[in-house]
Design a protein around this ligand. Structure first.
Ligand code: SIN
Ligand code: CO
Length: 381
């Protein structure tokens, strides 16, 4: 539905020259852009308990942040205010389509679609994000400034839920019009203020840090009751100093730990589970009558069916020596290598036809896994 043109760059050229390196203004990245929703619909989403939303106001340079759900929109004043709604791709199928042109960056790196509506002068102020973002201009116009990372820039809390950064020199200073896109790498300071009522779409990414990874891996190991091998030293020799923990012993301990990370199946199962975990609620609609595996095999055989993937679904796969780990929304499915083609289809495309996946109807592991996914409402037909 949306087609991305990155100026005159190919996707690979964009990755080589700009991705995680420097910001880029993409004029008319989406030609003839049509908003998938309007401000009223966005406000409707911000009234829902299960959807994360905020209103930021900046009247007379007094920055205030208010958290949803909202019962009314008095705070969204005619000027100097912004409504932000997280993970709209989980709730709005048409909006979810906007993530698709960015899937030249792999599924596991893509986070969600945040949508904002700002009134003239409104914005969230100068700030840094830790993740890459593409900001797409929908309805209206917004004035953006973007700088390069600078470790000397001081961050400060405007109030307890609004972190900003001091003034910075801009390398991009532009007014975005509908269909224009800004790419901003992590750590680049930026600020955008609406020139007229404006809708902006932020395609955000994920990049775990070592702390996140270690703590999540430790939880997984405990959960799976793995990692019970204990330190041992059958070749212990007497030493001159009682206090010394030798470098050899430290190395042994390090090896004990890294043996767990080197267990490919454990490591990849954890990695798939953790990277496919959604951070926001899903709009799951399981079928009233649950499918049996036999019914699913039959459905796949019926060439008219189209299977759609629920918006916000995180679908990732990895290969190990002897199987494929399909990870969907924090759940792992172990499949034989012969199911690679169908797994690719399901993770690469948001919808597949029965015809496309027909050849897998005889794979019991696949039909069982797909039955679970259909019964949970993650794929539906
Ligand atoms: C916004 O749309 O106001 C915020 C986007 C951002 O700066 O990350
Ligand atoms: Co930002």
């Amino acid at each position: 539905m949306y087609q991305l043109t990155i100026n005159s760059l190919s996707e690979q050229e964009f990755l080589n020259q700009y991705w995680q390196k420097k910001p880029l203004l993409i004029k008319q990245g989406f030609r003839d852009f049509e908003d998938p929703l309007d401000a009223n619909e966005l406000a409707g989403l911000a009234m829902e308990e299960s959807i994360e939303s905020r209103i930021i106001t900046n009247q007379n340079n007094d920055w205030q942040a208010h958290h949803g759900p909202f019962e009314d929109f008095e705070l969204l004043t005619e000027q100097h205010s912004t409504l932000l709604v997280q993970a709209v791709d989980h709730w709005h199928p048409d909006a979810a389509q906007m993530l698709e042109p960015f899937r030249f960056i792999p599924n596991w790196r893509i986070d969600d679609l945040m949508i904002s509506y700002s009134t003239p002068g409104g914005g969230v102020g100068p700030h840094l994000d830790q993740y890459d973002v593409f900001i797409i201009q929908g309805e209206g116009k917004r004035h953006w400034r973007v700088g390069m990372p600078d470790s000397n820039l001081k961050q400060f809390a405007q109030n307890k839920s609004l972190l900003q950064v001091e003034q910075f020199p801009a390398v991009i200073d532009c007014i975005l019009e509908p269909g224009d896109i800004l790419y901003i790498p992590p750590g680049c300071p930026h600020e955008g203020y609406a020139v007229e009522n404006a809708i902006n779409y932020s395609v955000g990414f994920r990049a775990p840090n070592q702390q996140d990874l270690l703590s999540s891996f430790a939880d997984y190991v405990i959960d799976k009751e793995a990692g019970s091998t204990r330190y041992s030293d059958p070749l212990l020799e007497t030493r001159e100093s009682k206090g010394l923990l030798s470098t050899t012993e430290a190395t042994e301990v390090k090896q004990l730990l890294s043996a767990l990370l080197k267990d490919d199946s454990l490591f990849k199962s954890w990695l798939g589970q953790t990277t496919s975990e959604p951070k926001h609620e899903m709009d799951l609609m399981p079928p009233e009558d649950l499918y049996t595996t036999e019914q699913v095999a039959q459905l796949i055989d019926d060439s008219d069916e189209i299977f759609e993937r629920l918006g916000g679904t995180r679908a990732i796969y990895q290969s190990t020596d002897n199987e494929i780990i399909l990870s969907v929304n924090g759940q792992n499915f172990l499949l034989p290598k012969t199911d690679l083609a169908v797994v690719k289809l399901l993770t690469d495309d948001v919808s597949v036809t029965a015809e496309q996946i027909k050849s897998s109807k005889n794979s019991l592991k696949f039909t069982q896994s797909f039955t679970t996914l259909l019964n949970e409402g993650i794929w539906f037909c």
